[in-house]
Design a binder for this molecule. Structure first.
Ligand code: PXP
Length: 248
């Protein structure tokens, strides 16, 4: 298949995590988003969680006002979040599962189990002009359900692939990678746009970036952590370079 361009969405949630740890006004995630945009990010991703543990409502207001690249607004499928998304009408809305006690988004959304509710939930978002993306495990049943409810995009969860890599369980890592490859092709053939993300690092990004059907990677925690050592601009530029190399 043709070599589709690969976009980098930079998730700035964890700049807000550091800010909120001290209840201060800094570091400012919006400033980080603008810097990321200047460093070559094709989009900015921010997850407004129910408990507002990192990004807050005012951050979303400011991102909508100040960004020139698209905002990918991550949210749980709740009435509160739907109302916020409908007020802002961001370029993209990514629906993720959310549990209060989790450290991060642990699994994909169970679309197959909640198909009816989710179809109704995303309909007004689609009508408002946002591209609806569903964050799911790389499983046929979830992809088919995401397609049936009318999502434009599926984002495949790369967390397990990355975890196996860092646990040095390379057999399981490679099996997970193969599954991501097969499911990216399956989703693409259904007509869905395919994104991927979660846990990606300089070490793990290239095999994912090389999957030809994937057109966007959303990466946050590692880039923000790496910014401590090399600066945010350099960490984004290096990630971009690795992605481009893998794609070429
Ligand atoms: N994509 C989705 C849907 C996410 O929920 C997250 C984490 O907020 C990411 C991508 C980015 O993951 P990470 O911060 O581990 O790079």
């Amino acid at each position: 298949m043709d070599n589709l361009p690969l976009r980098l969405g930079v998730n700035i949630d964890h700049v807000a995590t550091v800010r909120n740890a001290r209840g201060s006004a800094y570091p400012d995630p919006v400033r980080a988003a603008i810097l990321a945009q200047e460093a070559g990010a094709d989009g900015i991703t921010a997850h407004l969680r129910e408990d507002r543990r990192h990004i807050g409502d005012a951050d979303i207001d400011a991102l909508m006002d100040q960004l020139t690249v698209p905002l990918n607004f991550e949210m749980a499928a709740t009435d509160e979040m739907q109302a916020i998304a409908l007020r802002h009408k961001p370029h993209a809305v990514c629906i993720v599962p959310e549990k209060r006690e989790e450290k991060t988004t642990e699994g994909g959304l169970e679309v197959a189990r909640e198909e009816n509710r989710l179809a109704h939930f995303i309909a007004p978002l689609r009508e408002a002009g946002s591209r609806v993306s569903i964050f799911i495990a790389a499983e046929k049943s979830q992809i088919e359900a995401a397609h049936r409810i009318g999502a434009a995009v599926v984002e495949l969860h790369t967390g397990a692939y990355c975890d196996f890599h860092y646990e040095c369980d390379f057999t399981q890592r490679d099996a997970e990678l193969e599954r991501l490859r097969e499911m990216a092709a399956f989703a693409h053939n259904l007509g869905l746009e395919v994104h991927a993300g979660h846990g990606l690092t300089f070490e793990t990004v290239q095999p994912i970036a090389a999957i030809p059907e994937i057109v966007e990677l959303n990466i946050g925690h590692f880039l923000i952590g790496e910014a401590i050592f090399m600066g945010l601009e350099a960490s984004i530029k290096k990630m971009r370079l690795l992605m481009d190399e893998a794609r070429a």
